[in-house]
Design a protein around this ligand. Sequence first.
Ligand code: MRU
Length: 348
Amino acid sequence: MSSKVVTVEWRDGAVRLIDQTLLPTAEVYLDCRDVETLAEAIEVLRVRGAPAIGVAAAYGVALAARVSTATDLAGLRADLAAAVARLARTRPTAVNLFWALQLQTSLSDAWPGSPNGLRAALLARAEQIREDDLAAGAALAQHGATLIPAEARILTHCNAGALATSGGYGTALAVIRGAAEQGKVAMVYADETRPLLQGARLTAWELATDGLPVTLLCDNMAGFLMQRGGIDCVVVGADRITANGDVANKIGTYSVAVLARHHGLPLYVAAPVSTLDLSLASGAEIPIEERRPEEVTSFAGVPTAPAGIAVYNPAFDVTPHDLVTAIVTELGVVRPPYRENLARLQSV
Ligand code: MRU
């Protein structure tokens, strides 16, 4: 039950994205033919979701190599370094971005051959990262489905689906799609996810398009639904997971995690190993993106707050590991103690 949507791919010498700022009302594809167009697309969330950002960034380096007019390796590497620096400035929280840029930089640094050989190798590496991302989603579906009970009513937050990866299964929605393949999903409740409505615009669209049962609710309704016994478990994605198992994910995830714990519900986090950042000891070290006040003070371009009002707009929060029941990866399900078990996973 994977999605048919192609979120990011290489097509005719460009990075092609489905423009997620226009969903669900229009399905428009954007061909990024230079790094600046791609960087802007990441910044304004035309492409978003940690794994999709990583894949887009890997293609971005291949794109920079393609458009570079350098004829020697030193010149090409200088152009690539500028592109990597630009892409690294787009969004700070999802570690997949930096992971992908590092992979491409290492390839370039160690490249022994011709500039054109490096151009081809960077594109091949980006294609491989995309393939691995799709395969990770399918594996997440297999492993995650084992956690979901029959007739499950599942709450999810933001969009961690095919739209947040290259396409296919997604991460949190991979778990849900895998459970649905086994006939275990009674209902998916999608938090709308203020302020940018990834749950309403993207998760509701993605699941409805694929014929999965989905009900939309405002973020502040989840607690009441849990209190009434309407949720069996929570499944979310992640933007960065630290060595102790702390999880950065879309703002509001922490609130959902606290609610889940209060109501005795399991909270599962689904993410590929490229979302692990074991170099950070805890979530306190994760850089949290703060976004423009206008995202909070207006709705669809219409002001909804007094002009000039002070605004607090972090794009992500950190859920402490003790609120996380298990972390689902493509290599298997990881349970506490996370410090030991995540370290063991990454050495596999
Ligand atoms: O700001 P966004 O839309 O990029 O945030 C996305 C999320 O927080 C997702 O839950 C996370 O990246 C996991 S996606 C597989």
